[in-house]
Design a protein around this ligand. Structure first.
Ligand code: ATP
Ligand code: MG
Length: 183
């Protein structure tokens, strides 16, 4: 789990790991990019159908409608298909869905793709504690290893180590067990 004050560089660190930032210098050791799924701080809704939102970034996957409906139910979006007229409905998803709904939709990609690693940048920041715990519990039951940026202490339970960014490039590593946000 990566923690630190707003502006301390948490998202920047993930962007550098994702290969999106080239400024600065140093050496980055990371798994193969195809083994990592990133959920950015602003949920990324692509243009297109509800189906393609769920399948992104593997839009050619063939998954049965009933399985996609079950997936939506597992992230607590049971009515979405009905509300918008089917999995092939096209909307401006970033406008018609609340941020919390977009976050649950993006999280569904992690559960569907089951990447080796998922890097989640405040991916559940707009959700209530019950929804957040349910999503993390479901990922914990898979083989996916999570790296999360978050300010929510409840998520410590789902991580083993805490990387605290202290500003000005300083950092500390702590065991997640017993870590306190108000040190
Ligand atoms: N595209 C950018 N170009 C230049 N500087 C940036 C850019 N995005 C962020 N920064 C700066 O880099 C610093 C770290 O930002 P970053 O987004 O990594 O913080 P953060 O720890 O993720 O904060 P938050 O908790 O608010 O999401 C900030 O001072 C920010 O203003
Ligand atoms: Mg950030």
């Amino acid at each position: 789990m990566i923690v630190g004050e707003s502006g301390s560089g948490k998202s920047s660190l993930l962007r550098a790991i994702a290969g999106l930032w080239y400024c600065g210098s140093g050496r980055i050791v990371r798994p193969r990019p195809e083994d990592i799924l990133f959920l950015p701080q602003q949920p990324y809704m692509i243009l297109g159908t509800l189906r393609s939102q769920l399948l992104y970034p593997n839009r050619d996957l063939k998954i049965a409608d009933a399985d996609l409906q079950r997936l939506l139910e597992s992230v607590n979006l049971p009515d979405l298909v009905k509300r918008f007229g089917g999995l092939d409905a096209e909307k401006d998803w970033g406008k018609v869905l609340s941020i919390g709904e977009q976050q649950r939709l993006a999280f569904a990609r992690v559960l569907l793709m089951r990447p080796r690693y998922a890097m989640l940048d405040e991916a559940t920041s707009a959700l209530d504690a019950t929804n957040e715990e349910s999503l993390y519990r479901q990922v914990a039951a898979t083989q996916t290893t999570l790296v999360s940026v978050s300010h929510h202490s409840a998520l410590l339970n789902h991580h083993k180590q805490v990387l605290e960014l202290c500003g000005d490039g300083a950092w500390q590593l702590h065991p997640a067990e017993g870590y306190s946000f108000n040190r």
